[in-house]
Design a protein around this ligand. Structure first.
Ligand code: SF4
Ligand code: SF4
Length: 465
């Protein structure tokens, strides 16, 4: 393999490691029907197979990293990794994409908006006051109003989407009332909680878990973190705070800034390592996928088989591997040991699978088991639940046309189910789906699955009071 000058060393290592799989891609095309960009554009270059072909051309020196086709088609990829889930040859597309984006970014920097948002999220002194101001703006109700009223076209389209995303971070209205139930509380909602509570030998008894709070989620979706803490404690877990944690670096990795991602990973590694915890729980699929990547970002190895990787060297990579072996999505933590039963929650709910939970981590059933444990909850299948919603980190904002096409399709699919609530376990998905539901004038609540369990526990009297 001849490697052109200027290509990142980490990508070169990754491509060499992957060469067998990359170069033996059998061109079967199994990945084409699951690729959101190929499905909408019908262009081979915007398919996984086409993008792999472009990567190979760069690695073999037939194409420059600054070439229009390499830049454009890699840039339009959502990074959803749906192609990885169906590939019979085991091509680890997500890792190759990260490296390819690093190479692409070295030739042509990402957009100003992407770099600005990544910088803000990585800097608590900027992110905390900014997200605080965003919460104040959200409380005025203006973002919700303007998201429904502003024109969809032109430059207003992105402003409208941003406001819709902000409005979508408000706590969902799951209380009995006009939105979901008509005007009266269903009689079956009164307490029916069973099983042990904190300190009573619950399923998580003796297990300590630290919540990874996320940056956007902590700033705008703190209600999800609070619900997660209550639910874990109700199931007997000891939840501990880890000071010093911060942005997971996923946004940086997605835009090709692997050095930035490594810096943020190191900060989290030191924070969680020092805490000596048995388990780190992630409530967002994006960082749940990013945290186990820490080892890979240092030495090209990963902690687990399949989508979560294998092998690797020592040093920081070894510490990162030990850390990433302890990371679990909160739905895994709760579903693997059984769940305490809450009160009746007679809602019709549909579930959309976050790509970084389903395709990057292979977690399909746990969130459904969690929802299925809620008495009287009517779980309605969502056609295309395994397809990306178009949020994809900053994608919806930096690729407004494609983000809109995918977001509108997702909102339409949700509406067609007739569900009152769409549940999904990632802040980016909650914001994108919530925004497009608002912009189509739909009154469908968006909630993290744990929030529904939390509401069921509240109605079941598990929290007392
Ligand atoms: S599914 Fe895998 S082997 Fe088949 S074309 Fe896509 S990348 Fe190649
Ligand atoms: S990551 Fe998603 S958008 Fe990108 S090639 Fe794979 S399926 Fe297509």
């Amino acid at each position: 393999m001849r490697t052109p000058a200027g290509i990142g060393a980490s990508w070169r290592r990754e491509m060499e490691r992957q060469a067998e799989k990359l170069f033996h891609c059998v061109h079967c095309g199994f990945c084409l029907p699951v690729c959101p960009t190929y499905l909408r554009l019908g262009d081979e270059a915007d398919s996984p197979r086409g993008r792999l072909h472009l990567m190979r051309a760069v690695v073999e020196g037939r194409l420059g990293t600054d070439s229009g086709s390499f830049q454009e088609h890699l840039d339009l990829c959502l990074g959803c990794r749906a192609c990885e889930s169906v590939c019979p040859s085991g091509v680890e597309y997500g890792r190759l994409l990260e490296g390819a984006r690093q190479a692409a970014a070295s030739a042509r920097p990402p957009s100003f908006l992407a770099r600005l948002l990544a910088r803000v999220m990585a800097t608590p002194a900027l992110a905390v006051p900014l997200l605080g101001a965003a919460r104040l703006l959200r409380a005025t109700g203006l973002p919700d109003l303007l998201a429904r009223r502003l024109p969809a076209e032109g430059r207003w389209g992105v402003v409208r989407l941003g406001l819709g995303m902000l409005a979508a971070t408000a706590p969902p209205d799951l209380s009995p009332g006009e939105t979901l139930y008509g005007s009266s509380r269903p009689p079956s909602c009164e307490g029916s909680g069973t099983g042990p509570g904190p300190g009573e030998g619950g399923i998580g008894q003796g297990r300590r878990v630290a919540l990874f709070r996320g940056c956007v989620q902590n700033g705008l979706l703190g209600h999800v973190n609070r619900a997660t803490r209550r639910v874990l404690e109700a199931n007997g877990f000891e939840v501990v705070e880890v000071p010093g944690q911060g942005c997971c670096g996923a946004i940086h990795a997605h835009m090709g800034d692997l050095a930035g991602a490594r810096g943020l990973a190191r900060r989290n590694l030191e924070a969680f390592d020092g805490a000596g915890l048995a388990l780190g729980g992630a409530t967002g699929a994006g960082w749940g996928a990013a945290l186990p990547q820490h080892a890979h970002w240092w030495d090209g190895g990963g902690p687990r088989g399949g989508a979560r990787g294998g092998g690797g060297g020592g040093g920081l990579g070894e510490r990162a591997r030990r850390f990433s072996e302890r990371v679990r999505d909160v739905s895994e933590v709760l579903a693997e040991t059984g769940l305490r039963r809450g009160g009746s929650l007679p809602l019709s709910v549909t579930y959309d699978a976050p790509c970084h939970l389903l395709h990057a981590q292979g977690i399909a059933w746990e969130p459904l088991r969690l929802l299925g444990s809620i008495p009287d909850l009517d779980l309605v299948p969502l056609p295309g639940a395994e397809e990306c919603c178009g949020g994809a980190g900053l994608y919806a904002l930096t690729h407004p046309d494609m983000g809109r096409r995918i977001g509108e399709d997702k909102a339409r699919a949700v509406l067609e189910t007739g569900a009152a609530v769409v549940a999904t376990g990632n802040p980016g998905c909650m914001m994108q789906i919530g925004a497009w539901l608002r912009m189509t004038e739909a009154r469908v609540a968006v909630a993290h699955p744990v929030e529904l369990l939390d509401e069921s526990y509240r109605r079941g009297g598990i929290y007392g009071g």
